[in-house]
Design a protein around this ligand. Sequence first.
Ligand code: 13P
Ligand code: 13P
Ligand code: MG
Ligand code: MG
Length: 375
Amino acid sequence: MGTITISAIKADVGGWVGHSDIHPDLLSEAKRRLSEAVESDLLIDAHADSCGDDVNLVMTHRLGVDAEAIHHFAWDSFVSMTEIAKRLHLYGAGQDLLADAFSGNVRGAGPGVAEMEIEERTSEPFIVFAADKCAPGAWNFPLYKIFCDPFNTAGLIIDPKAHGGFALEVHDLIEHRRIRFECPEDLYDLLVYIGTPSRFVIKHVFRRDMQDEPVASTSTSRLSLIAGKYVGKDDPIMVVRAQSGLPAVGEVLEPFANPHLVAGWMRGSHNGPLMPCALGDSTPARFDGPPRVVGMGFQLADGKLHGPRDLLGDVSFDRARRQALELADYMRRMGPFEPGRLPMEEMEYTTMPAVAERLDERWEPIEEPATPVPA
Ligand code: 13P
Ligand code: 13P
Ligand code: MG
Ligand code: MG
């Protein structure tokens, strides 16, 4: 039946209220446009959802990754949602549409994109994760756990098909270059980079004995690097396939039982725990957070989406939620001090440099005492 492409594309086109949620009218518009696109056969199937103030479009089609028709459709959908957001005076209407007009691809224009072209397996379970109030490096930690850590993924030891390991493609968001690590052999080298998630992010994961078919893909756009200023956090999305030689659904979910610290939260400028939550609870409030992640599980059947199942809403993540809230208390007590607040270089794209500039003239050089000459 040929290959199927899964495209998960997201954008913040206006928050309700502040940056806490999306207005139901925006979601209705997204759903209306998606069903039109399914009727016109541009898409095989589609689902719209939200995480915090970000709208997520999950689409299946036959046009491959980076297809102009799909990206154009997503862009136009975000534009028409932005018009509604403007009418309702929603906060930051059109926030993520950084380009003036569509020019062939939404990558680099603001929205986040995670896509993969696959041969649909006999049974094809996959999960779309979406996060709010954090940067794309937020996926580094869970992806490492899922595909590289046998303490997380028993299948790496037990399942002969997973035992061969995975290859991870890492992007350097500053130097615009990429590198591929073959794991487990390259584990230590991989960790040299992905431990700095503000710069190095895992873009794709491949199973080496599956003709290098992608098994996970993430969005990597960093809005501040595109815009040169703070325009909200990137709030990334990712797609992960599961089972039959890949990590099981429960192994893919397991890292989210440990709410790791991510960069984002209030004004995109603070470290906070990534709290797994149910789709209906992805409405950041306290200090505009804490950062949230939702997991939408789908079974694919001839390109049709059966789902989502609200996987991170399950009771087995209740303790993680409680722990995240305790960590949020602790991190909040740091106030404006690092590492509660992000390091200086990360603040470069916020409004903080403007405050510092006002104080330039008040800084005075320190006269060093004459250095004694050694005898
Ligand atoms: P598969 O190897 O069929 O994916 O089964 C593993 C499993 O589901 C364990 O939870
Ligand atoms: P978003 O990136 O989700 O729009 O949040 C921006 C912000 O400043 C939250 O305090
Ligand atoms: Mg916002
Ligand atoms: Mg957001």
